[in-house]
Design a binder for this molecule. Structure first.
Ligand code: HEM
Length: 142
């Protein structure tokens, strides 16, 4: 383990932005999970993911989005959908050649958020976003 932060080992802000772009595109084309993003402001989502990953890995960036429980409450995300999203993230990290140790460290940071995100302990995937779910305001209005 080097003394550099995970943020630095991932390649810093530009690399994390590229990772999030690829990851978001993978989620958008993954029929196991893309129904959940039907009403999402994708520009906001990508900006918030870059902030969150940067802040969580030691970058000098502040996360300005909502908490994971507020964000995902009422979305009815299943265990199967959570696993599918993690699979998509790992595929992106592999594409970018992120070392196994760095991948494990990142998943070790994000994994514990599962309890704030998964509402349905079922292997089902492709479940719809409930009509009652209220999306975040677009970034421009924040
Ligand atoms: C560790 C896993 C996850 C992390 C770290 C994560 C992180 C985030 C973040 C940072 C946001 C933006 C919050 C904001 O706009 O204030 C967000 C939004 C969102 N997430 Fe997740 N998420 C995870 C898992 C999932 C899963 C499994 C699903 C569904 C398959 C999901 C669906 C969504 C959707 C639909 C939005 C947009 C909400 C809106 O329209 O306002 N997320 N997530």
């Amino acid at each position: 383990m080097s003394h550099h932060t995970l943020y630095e080992r991932l390649g810093g802000g530009a690399a994390i932005t590229a990772v999030v772009d690829d990851f978001a595109a993978r989620c958008a084309s993954d029929s196991r999970i893309n129904a959940k993003f039907a009403r999402t402001d994708i520009a906001r989502l990508k900006a918030m993911l870059v902030e969150q990953i940067s802040a969580a890995t030691g970058g000098k960036v502040q996360y300005t989005g909502r908490s994971m429980s507020d964000t995902h409450r009422g979305m009815q995300v299943t265990a199967g959908e959570f696993d599918a999203l993690v699979e998509d993230l790992v595929a992106t990290l592999n594409k970018f050649g992120v070392a196994d140790a760095s991948q494990s460290q990142l998943l070790g940071i994000l994994g514990p958020l599962r309890g704030d995100i998964v509402e349905v302990e079922s292997p089902a995937t492709g479940t719809p976003l409930p009509d009652s779910y209220q999306t975040a305001p677009p970034l421009a209005t924040v």
